[in-house]
Design a protein around this ligand. Structure first.
Ligand code: 13P
Length: 287
């Protein structure tokens, strides 16, 4: 069931658990995540970066595929189709294409411009029943060409953007996209606490969810994080399983070259990551 992310995240804040945003790249990714969420009776958010949207043939293709697959597979759990790190133009295109949720990432803009654009998009989204995430304080690392230095968000700025009526807020707290370096300092819980004090029950979003130790993820959920974004972990698991299949020469046995066989181990590996993350976030049986 494709829905906005608003209600599932409000329930997560009340219930002190997190909802996973799992990024999708193609049909296999989408199917693996939908089936696993249904199996575990967990709500989830399918994240689509602008790069992934382009790769799949455009946002309209993504929306059509996700909606049709959700229906054909008989998915009953709440699923939001969400633009990840959208530009202002990308956000408008996804609203048009039928996404149920969008993220406008104006964190690299001067705060006044970020606020003005976010305000306009909040109004448009809410008039259409679409949920909206905004961001303050860049998330470090690199994702689909979007590079940020990863500062911690200013709690005052977080309060300013929260006051626009956004449904969820991404605020940098030392988290980064991609693999964490060995000398990573960990999440800055003092900053998270200050942000939470200023934003009350607003669901907070933890980007860069791959590779953060489970205790830190759980502590963040206890401090108001209701959405945890995971992308790299699924990519690494998919690549490792596919590599193993080919290195074992399975593509050369019988019809092992059939893409439905070749992509099966990677697809199963994504399911395992999603099961593991849902267990950590505590969202099983919360649909
Ligand atoms: P990772 O790729 O580090 O899991 O980050 C995902 C993310 O934050 C998507 O916005």
């Amino acid at each position: 069931m494709i829905v906005s992310a608003k209600e599932m995240l409000e329930k997560a804040v009340e219930g002190h658990y997190g909802v996973g945003q799992f990024n999708i790249n193609n049909l296999e990714w989408t199917k693996a995540i939908l089936l696993t969420c249904e199996e575990l009776k967990s709500p989830a958010i399918l994240g689509v970066s602008e790069g992934a949207g382009k790769y799949m043939g455009g946002f309209k293709v993504v929306a059509a595929m996700v909606k049709a697959m959700d229906e054909s597979l008989g998915i009953t759990v709440p699923i939001a189709l969400h633009l990840d790190h959208g530009t202002y133009e990308g956000a408008k295109a996804c609203i048009e294409a039928g996404f149920s949720s969008i993220m406008f990432d104006g964190s690299s803009l001067p705060i006044d411009e970020n606020v003005a654009k976010a305000k306009e998009l909040v109004e448009i989204c809410h008039s259409k029943g679409i949920s909206i995430e905004c961001e303050v304080g860049g998330i470090g690392g690199e994702e689909d060409g979007v590079v940020s230095s990863g500062e911690c968000a200013d709690p005052e700025e977080a309060a300013q953007v929260a006051g626009l009526g956004v449904d969820m807020l991404a605020a940098g707290i030392g988290n980064i996209h991609g693999k964490y370096p060995d000398n990573w300092a960990g999440l800055q819980f003092d900053v998270l606490e200050k942000i939470q004090e200023k934003t009350g029950k607003l669901p907070l979003v933890l980007h860069g969810g791959s590779g953060i130790p489970d205790e830190q993820v759980k502590k963040a959920i206890g401090l108001g994080v209701a959405k945890v974004n995971v992308n790299t972990e699924c990519q690494l698991a998919f690549a490792a399983a596919t590599r193993k299949y080919i290195e074992e020469g399975k593509d050369l046995e019988g019809k092992g070259f059939d893409p439905r066989k070749l992509l099966a181990p990677g697809t199963e590996a994504i399911k395992d990551v999603v099961r593991d993350r849902i267990a950590c976030f505590g969202s099983a049986n919360k649909a």
